[in-house]
Design a protein around this ligand. Structure first.
Ligand SMILES: Nc1ncnc2c1ncn2[C@@H]1O[C@H](COP(=O)(O)OP(=O)(O)OP(=O)(O)O)[C@@H](O)[C@H]1O
Length: 376
């Protein structure tokens, strides 16, 4: 069959993938390498909860895509397997960015149904969660994942304050908090009100970026589970790891593998080659941008679009264009500028302006077309 031109070609009902699901964002990996120290620290902090006492609070920090969420998911699964006396709830603060919304999520995690949509007061919401906890004599462990989003909305101190002082209002309520921040520029403790600082002394667990060999090792495992044998060679995998190591975000590597696989299939090839990876990288490198954009409100998206069309201009001039579209005032505008800056979507740098003193100029952190394309 050596001279069969069809040999090596993928037919329409074949796939390079053994299990495409392992490249999806909600996939929890079976093995979790290179995070032994962090996993141990987290386990140690939660151990008292398994014995029925209040656990140690923890602050988890590290750049995006370094395994923080996965570590917590795995830990919560393990706690769940050991005892039913601990209730673990992970709140995604990118989605639940206010105290009320965080507690709605806690209500849902407690009762298995959503709180009434007609709206009940925060006090009632909180009361029902805490009373149920005391009644069942359970320990509650709350993970506030991506807590940086609560800071951007100025809701972090109130939320933590309520959780940390719950036992004063509801004697017997045992709550531990794991806060997770993926914003390296945010000093969590420093940014909290002093009333919270005085009761929040968490254990610190840091997740550094993975280096190239670690990335290659972790991705190799995904490749084995996700692709059929021999689909991707070692050199190509090393290349994926090189590209991933530039940002250090493992999500880029996982997305690259999936897209490169799809590119290979598009060529009807049985193997993933360097060209498939190169082509995939044009999209995968923006995965963090897409994630940040998905959490923005309509108004925030509008401002980003306005900035894209006025890239590099002074804040005052950008405001005029923004105001024309939304009729919103300067205070709200400034708040959104700060949030976009904190999210790393724009750079808002102070610069001397002739005769006008210091003013901020606003510019996009990503290429204009990449941003506009994803805002559509
Ligand atoms: N050690 C590891 N082994 C296997 N997969 C991993 C490992 N670390 C991270 N991942 C994978 O990388 C992706 C990103 O991980 P995760 O969501 O845990 O990162 P994160 O630090 O919480 O990111 P962010 O701060 O952006 O929320 C996930 O798909 C996860 O399965």
């Amino acid at each position: 069959m050596a001279d069969d031109p069809e040999e090596g070609m993928l037919s329409w009902d074949e796939s390079v993938f053994r299990d495409e699901h392992v490249f999806e964002i909600d996939y929890v990996p079976e093995t979790f390498k290179h995070r032994e120290g962090q996993t141990q620290s987290l386990t140690y902090a939660l151990r008292p909860a398994v014995r029925g006492s209040r656990p140690l609070n923890v602050m988890v920090r590290g750049p995006p895509g370094t395994g923080k969420t996965t570590a917590i998911q795995k830990l919560f699964d393990e706690v769940g397997a050991q005892t039913s006396d601990v209730r673990t709830i992970r709140v995604n603060c990118q989605v639940n960015a206010t105290r009320y919304s965080v507690f709605s999520r806690l209500f849902e995690g407690t009762f298995d149904y959503e709180p009434p949509s007609s709206g009940i007061s925060f006090k009632k919401l909180f009361g029902q969660i805490a009373e149920k906890l005391v009644e069942e004599d359970k320990v509650l462990v709350v993970a506030l994942d991506d807590i940086n989003y609560l800071f951007y909305e100025n809701e972090a101190s109130d939320t933590l304050y309520s959780l940390l002082r719950a036992h004063e209002e509801y004697p017997g309520a045992k709550i531990g908090v794991v806060v997770v921040s993926s914003d390296p520029a945010l000093d969590v403790i420093d940014e909290l009100d002093s009333r919270v600082q005085s009761v929040f002394r968490p254990e610190d667990v840091y997740f550094p970026v993975y280096d190239q060999p670690e990335i290659a090792d972790i991705l190799d495992e995904r490749v084995k589970r996700g692709f059929n044998d021999g689909v991707i060679g070692r050199d190509t995998l090393e290349y994926v790891a090189d590209l991933t190591a530039d940002s250090g975000d493992l999500r880029v590597g996982i997305d690259l593998l999936r897209r490169a696989g799809l590119n290979a299939e598009m060529r009807a090839s049985r193997t993933v080659e360097r060209q498939d990876v190169e082509q995939a990288f044009e999209k995968s490198k923006y995965i963090n941008l897409s994630r940040s954009l998905s959490g923005l409100t309509d108004t925030e998206r509008t401002l980003l679009e306005v900035i894209a069309h006025h890239d590099g201009e002074q804040a005052g001039d950008v405001y005029e264009a923004f105001h024309e579209e939304t009729e919103l005032g300067y205070t709200r505008y400034s708040e959104i500028v700060n949030k976009l800056d904190q999210l790393g979507l724009i750079d808002a740098d102070y610069a001397e302006v002739d005769g006008r003193g210091r003013s901020r100029s606003l510019s996009l952190s990503y290429e204009k077309d990449a941003v506009l394309e994803r805002l559509e």
